[in-house]
Design a binder for this molecule. Sequence first.
Ligand SMILES: [Mn+2]
Length: 488
Amino acid sequence: MAEQGGKPETPRTESHDPDFPEAFLQFMRSGWREDPIEVAALPEAPNFAKRRAALSEAFPGETLIIPTGNEKVRANDTDYPFRPGSDFFYLTGDRDPDSVLVLRPTGSGHDAILYTRQRNSKDTDAFFRSRNGELWIGRTHTLAEKSAELGLPTAPLGELGALLAGSAPGQTRVLRGFDANVDRAVLAYEPDREKPRDRELAWVLSELKLVKDEWEIAQLQAAIDATVRGFEDVARVLPADRGVKERLLEGVFGLRARHDGNDVGYGSIVGAGAHATILHWVRNTGETRPGELLLMDMGVEGHNLYTADVTRTVPVSGTFTPLQRQVYDIVYASQQAGMDAIKPGVQYRDVHKTCMRVLAEGLHDLGLLPVSVDEAMSEKSTVYRRWTLHGFGHMLGIDVHDCSNARNDNYRDGALAEGYVLTVEPGLYFQPEDELVPAELRGVGVRIEDDVLVTADGCRNLSAGLPRSAADVEAWLASQREAGPRLP
Ligand SMILES: [Mn+2]
């Protein structure tokens, strides 16, 4: 029995597959039992429905099309593991590639329909022939099973084309850049430069995500707790008296991420020594050295795709040198000042200025600023940024850089509100080839990054499970080493 409507997909095969003689095909088509699987409605499905309702309210009378995206080739015929599009997942909870959420206007709001791949069950040759067949990838959901799980009507992907072809320009918006087929099928209709229709959909989706609900906060806390365990795992295998490869530490953290969560939320940055001064050092080809610092920026992405984003900088030998500690304490003071400033109504930009002023003062104390702190802090100068390099933080959620399509007025140039989750992550970086700093500072990089929730009257540090101050980091490293290596 084929699934309702739509054509079964063409088998996806590879050049090294053996031939399929007719006798084999006939034989493979019969003699299989069909065991049912248990499908329960996801407890969080009502949260997803609430978000769709909020989106519906923002665009009355219009058709909204939100694809998850497709599998991406890593090399030749192998793909990267699929990770759903963040906005799509935020609205549906569906994890399969190629799916497309469509909100169609009704009299009072919108109907939501999830267009999704059909099951390649045992009554199709794809079952055993196709790389998407269940013999290859395991049991997948029928449309009805997926519908029951997500609380969302489903339809075969094959029926999407007709709907897209019939969509009225001017009454349809597409979340673009995820699915080339969808982008091609619905031509952009953007008569207003100031309010580009499709980008407005992306703005609104990002801005809906700014305030996290209780369930999302719990997801973030779970990801952060797993991240704390991952940092502990790494501290336990980091020797004080000899070098190890950065990739050993990346791998140990990655094991925790895959074991306790979905994966790492972004490529782990493991920067030993001067690598700490490279902001996105993800090659991780170096080695630790006793006496040097080690900067690790790593986050577990939880089972529901919310991610942590945490950085710690530790002295490999167990204690900071006086100079390392001086730099560390400046960054710590900056981070603390940022956390102290965060509460509802405070301008995002003012938290940035607060953190940066403390860093600039520290740079002045180190004798590095060519001008006064006030002059360096003026908008016409900002020369301190040679050593601070980036902003104080960013929103955090289902994306590590969450809400990135929000309009400036509601993010960079806006105020914080209760329920926002953001990182606070100042740093100081002295490049190995910087002729304007003394030799002993060259190759020193420090960043401290925590994830905080804006509360009614301040903020709560969700990553307080890891120490932040220099003394606490030293004590923590010693106690982890004392406890010794562990497997998840
Ligand atoms: Mn970050």
